[in-house]
Every structure is written in structure tokens, then in C-alpha cells.
Design a protein around this ligand. Structure first.
Ligand SMILES: Cc1ncc(COP(=O)(O)O)c(C=O)c1O
Length: 389
């Protein structure tokens, strides 16, 4: 039987065994509602507070600055809508970039349409990186928030978050960063980063899906988007998902502990795959920054090849990758990220995202089958073209 080679870790990771074991306790032993005042409730409440402290230690922040949510999308919505609503009287201008995740872009669209906000979408360079100088130039008297992602989910480019934070501090403007893809590989120390809010989720760090956090600096007032029982310091009502919270904290703890070692290991594998592809396959090229990129991200465009077909061919070998624009919802699978980088209109891309189980042999297997797949697809395309003439 063929071994499965999972190279779609930017979409979702497996759940770490230690995480699973922690979570299982909350199915049959500690199932109480954290708001109940009997022992079962207190056990659940304690589990949440212990998890919050674990995360706060990693971030080097106060536990009460960590708000549990249902994932990256909700954290981002809370950060952006929460600030826009609470700062209504101070300003309505938000700065973001053209390459953000849809969770940011669609929230900004909503704020433009329904909350009278004005949004500046910054251009990026040819590697998909935001220039801090562009952030500074876009700031005006009405600016209330800058939201720039830490690392890009399609192309893996890492933004200069600390430099941007220096600028937002200079102008006394809040700075939110979407760190969903960065968590396993980048520094999350809040004081070093200088951000005011940071969104994170469990599904990219070998934790459960449907759980996230928003770090909110203690001096910031957010207007909640969910109203009800007043959980999470009145910022996120609804019975807490205790097992996911516990699983998230464990997953973050493990991923931070292994961060440097994994970064080094995956950077080597990344190099092996990129070099192998561009040296063996003509008219193929890497998208994103060559070095300032996530160690697990390889995003490649193959000229004259439909990325979806590559994914389906790879699937036959039990190799699981994704189209570069994994979150695209337009019919043509067009990537707003590649478009912003001014890659030519009709080029799409394949994204391989490595993970904790990826081995050198897995990369060799991909390099063994991929050139033939690309050659076959190019031949098919050529034949169709000739027949059409
Ligand atoms: C960069 C980035 N931001 C936000 C999200 C949304 O997170 P979630 O699916 O947990 O809502 C994702 C998930 O793919 C992501 O990669």
C-alpha cells in the first residue's frame, strides 16, 4: 500500500497525540459547565484558567489579555469590528494589505459597507511583503487601526511586524496581526513584536479545529460581537469549549517548545523540494520571498499547467497538496495574493506545506513523480491546442 504524504499543513494539521490525550479527559470526566459553582464546574473553570496562563506565559502577557474564540476568523472579526465600533468617535480609517486572508478582507468589506469605515488596502512587493514605509504614508488623522498579517497563508512570506509596530506606536494607532500561519514557526512574544492585538487558531499547530484566541492588550476597549452570558470578560459570550481550550494550550506549548528545531529541519526539506522542482521542471518558479518565508511553505507556479490537475494527479499517488489559492472562492481559482504581486493573470500555483511528519523520503517521492505529472499535463495541453487549430 502506498504511504500517504500529507503536504497541506497550512490548511489543517493532524492533532498531536499528547493534545488528544489532554482533550479526552473533558469528554467523560471534566464535562461540567465552567459557569457552574459545583466541583465539576470549578474543575472546568480551572482548566480554562490554567490554559490561559500557559498561553500568557508563551506570549509574555497577562492572562486576562487572552480571549478564547471559535477560531482565527472569529478572533479577526472581534479585533476589527470591536475596534471600529469602540473608536467610532475617534476615527473610521483602517489600513490593511491586499494579501490578507479573507477573514480580514471580508470583515473590512463589511466595515466599509455597514459601519462607515474607510479602508486602505496596501500594495505589496513582488514577494508579497508589506513595506512599513507604505503603512506610515497611509496613516492619517482618522486612522484607528492597522491590520497586517504576520505570515501569508498562500505564499508563506513573513512581514516585518516589529517595524510596522514601531510606526503604529509612534502615531498612537492600534496594530492587529493575523498570526494564524506564523504560530508554529515565529516568535510570539508580544512585547518583542509590539502588537496590540493578535489572532491565532488551533488547527495549524496540531491542535483542534474550531478554537482560537485573540490577544488584546489590557488598555484596549473592544465592543463584543457576541452577546449573552458574558463569558471571556464580556468579550465573547457563550459556554466555553473547554476541551478545545485545553487542547489549544497544549498544542501551542508543544509547537513553541519545538519551534526552533522544527524550523531548522523544515527549512532543509523546503530547500530540497524547491531546488528539486526548479532544477528538474522547466518554466517553474517559486512564489513568495526566497528566505523570509515560513519554513514549511513551498508555493510554485508551473507555466502551461492547471494547478487543480496537478493536485488531482498527485492525489493518485496519495500525495496531498493544495492549489496555491486554497481559500479562493471565485470560479477561476484566481489568487488575490498572486494578483497583488503582479504575477501574470493566467498563472495559478500549487502549495506544498510541510509538517511534523514530513520526511526527506517524502520529498524524494514528490520529486520522483512531479516532473512526469507536469510533463504529461503539458503534453495533453499541447495536443488539445494542436487539435483545436
Ligand atoms: C492566515 C489565516 N488567517 C485566518 C484564518 C482563518 O482561521 P479559522 O479557519 O480558524 O477561522 C486562516 C485559516 O486558514 C489563515 O490561514
Amino acid at each position: 500500500m502506498k504511504k500517504e504524504i500529507y503536504l497541506d499543513n497550512a490548511a489543517a494539521t493532524s492533532v498531536h497525540n499528547e493534545v488528544k490525550q489532554e482533550m479526552l479527559k473533558y469528554f467523560d470526566l471534566n464535562y461540567g459547565n465552567p459557569s457552574s459553582i459545583h466541583s465539576k464546574g470549578l474543575e472546568a473553570k480551572n482548566a480554562i484558567e490554567k490554559s490561559r496562563e500557559t498561553i500568557a506565559t508563551i506570549f509574555n502577557c497577562k492572562p486576562e489579555e487572552i480571549i478564547f474564540t471559535s477560531g482565527g476568523t472569529e478572533s479577526i472579526n472581534l479585533a476589527l469590528k470591536g475596534i471600529a465600533k469602540s473608536m467610532k468617535n475617534k476615527g473610521n480609517h483602517i489600513i490593511t494589505s491586499k494579501v490578507e486572508h479573507q477573514a480580514v478582507l471580508k470583515t473590512c468589506e463589511y466595515l466599509e459597507k455597514y459601519e462607515n469605515c474607510r479602508i486602505t488596502y496596501l500594495d505589496v512587493d513582488k514577494f508579497g511583503m508589506v513595506n512599513p514605509k507604505d503603512v506610515e504614508s497611509a496613516i492619517c488623522d482618522n486612522t484607528i487601526l492597522v491590520s497586517i498579517m504576520y505570515a501569508n497563508n498562500e505564499i508563506g512570506t513573513i512581514n516585518p511586524i516589529e517595524e510596522i509596530a514601531k510606526i503604529t506606536r509612534k502615531y498612537n494607532i492600534y496594530f492587529h496581526t493575523d498570526a494564524c500561519q506564523a504560530a508554529g514557526y515565529c516568535n510570539l512574544e508580544i512585547k518583542k513584536l509590539g502588537v496590540d492585538m493578535l489572532s491565532l487558531n488551533g488547527s495549524k499547530i496540531y491542535g483542534p479545529k474550531g478554537i482560537g484566541i485573540l490577544y488584546v492588550k489590557s488598555n484596549i476597549k473592544l465592543v463584543p460581537i457576541l452577546h449573552g452570558g458574558g463569558q471571556e470578560n464580556n468579550l465573547r459570550s457563550g459556554t466555553e469549549n473547554v476541551m478545545n481550550i485545553v487542547g489549544f494550550a497544549k498544542a501551542l506549548e508543544i509547537s513553541q517548545y519545538k519551534r526552533l528545531e522544527e524550523t531548522e529541519r523544515l527549512t532543509r526539506l523546503r530547500k530540497q523540494l524547491i531546488n528539486g522542482i526548479v532544477s528538474q521542471i522547466t518554466n517553474s518558479g517559486l512564489n513568495g520571498h526566497p528566505t523570509k518565508r515560513l519554513p514549511n511553505n513551498i508555493n510554485i507556479s508551473f507555466e502551461d499547467v492547471d494547478a487543480e490537475a496537478v493536485i488531482l494527479y498527485l492525489n493518485e499517488y496519495k500525495i496531498y497538496a493544495s492549489i496555491g489559492s486554497a481559500c479562493a472562492n471565485n470560479e477561476k481559482n484566481e489568487s488575490h495574493v498572486l494578483n497583488a504581486m503582479h504575477k501574470s493573470d493566467n498563472i495559478d500555483s500549487v502549495r506544498f506545506t510541510l509538517g511534523k511528519d514530513t520526511t526527506k523520503e517524502d520529498i524524494e517521492k514528490v520529486l520522483d513523480v512531479l516532473p512526469n505529472i507536469i510533463n504529461s499535463l503539458r503534453k495533453i495541453k499541447e495536443t488539445i491546442k494542436i487539435k483545436k487549430k
